[in-house]
Design a protein around this ligand. Structure first.
Ligand code: 5GP
Ligand code: ZN
Length: 115
């Protein structure tokens, strides 16, 4: 997808601090971390957000969830705990329209929502 910053990261057109990659997904550090550890986990396929998942993506979604645990272990935050967030649409504040899981941890994260 042209002009998608995460597709550009997938295609190695712009740099990112990659922590995990396989044929389906990639995980890299967020450029503006909002916790001690803040990594984004994305499918390599360009899917704008959660609403665009279809039945054919079931395996991919399961893969993302299972790998999130593995990535949390790689980052050393599995034991102490972490949070996964998937912003979807305007009210969530979604900025990048290539679906991604925010993986946050490394310190107490406070309340789920702050306005
Ligand atoms: P959203 O608000 O869409 O859920 O989150 C998008 C996230 O992508 C933000 O936390 C933002 O800091 C991160 N981000 C935006 N552009 C880049 C980039 O070029 N590289 C990296 N590593 N993260 C980015
Ligand atoms: Zn994309």
């Amino acid at each position: 997808m042209e002009n998608c910053v995460f597709c550009k990261i997938v295609n190695k057109e712009i740099p990112a601090k990659i922590v995990y990659e396989d044929e389906l997904i990639m995980a890299f550090h967020d450029i503006r971390p909002q916790a001690k550890v803040h990594v984004l986990i994305i499918p390599k396929e360009h899917i704008p957000n959660n609403l665009y998942f279809e039945g054919k993506h079931k395996t991919l979604i399961g893969h993302l969830m299972l790998k999130a645990n593995e990535i949390a272990k790689i980052l050393g935050i599995a034991e102490t705990g972490f949070r996964l967030i998937v912003n979807t649409g305007k009210d969530s504040g979604q900025e990048v329209f290539h679906v991604h899981w925010h993986l946050l941890g490394g310190e107490p994260l406070g309340k789920l929502i702050c306005k």
